[in-house]
Design a binder for this molecule. Structure first.
Ligand SMILES: N[C@@H](CCC(=O)N[C@@H](CS)C(=O)NCC(=O)O)C(=O)O
Length: 190
């Protein structure tokens, strides 16, 4: 029998959404446990994640209620690590290619997004800093998108799409509705 998977999650969390998309794409059976980030259960930090963050997966161990996590399950954190973990557990999902070059390109794409788009996104929208680094990052990001298929890396939906989707959707929603700490129209004054 396959080992059990419990995902500690929060509905509002884009990092959690990454993992939920991957598990769904892999048609994985798993138990989802919502963590109220404003009022976390006392057992969460000591027994599940010392950093006290979602998403976290408890993998394996005996069948237990999520609120009574077993020390025998392995606790795995960090959404990008978890995307690769899900891809490894469910290779038939094809969310990460088996080809070394494709894998490297996928990882580069995700790294580019994480270092050149996500930080200036936060800086511009949440701290009111210049939009220029964000626009520059997005232009570079666009260049990396496959010219062939409909997905980030080509014809196959992959962890590249999954890693960026929750953030790109938030960015689009924010800038089309002028949500954020910048002045109205501020994103256009470059
Ligand atoms: N780098 C982590 C970030 C996870 C993260 O920051 N999660 C937030 C919710 S979106 C969290 O749990 N924060 C703890 C808190 O709010 O106390 C990842 O990629 O999984």
């Amino acid at each position: 029998m396959d080992k059990q998977i419990t995902l500690y999650a929060a509905k509002i969390c884009p990092y959690t959404q990454r993992v939920e998309i991957a598990l769904s794409e892999a048609r994985a059976e798993y138990t989802r446990f919502e963590i109220d980030l404003q009022n976390k259960p006392a057992w969460f930090q000591p027994q599940v994640n010392p950093e006290s963050k979602v998403p976290t997966i408890a993998y394996g161990g005996p069948p237990v209620p999520p609120s009574q996590p077993s020390p025998e399950s392995v606790k795995i954190t960090e959404s990008l690590v978890l995307l690769e973990f899900v891809a490894d557990l469910f290779p038939q999902s094809r969310i990460l290619s088996s080809d070394p070059v494709e894998r490297a390109k996928t990882r580069f794409f995700i790294d580019f997004f994480s270092t050149r788009v996500a930080p200036p996104h936060v800086a511009a929208l949440l701290r009111g800093e210049s939009f220029e680094p964000l626009i520059r990052g997005l232009l570079g990001f666009q260049e990396l998108l496959s010219k062939e298929g409909m997905y980030a890396m080509g014809d196959q939906f992959s962890i590249a799409d999954i890693a960026v989707a929750p953030f790109i959707l938030r960015l689009e929603t924010a800038v089309t509705n002028e949500l954020g700490v910048y002045e109205p129209g501020g994103m256009l004054r470059l």
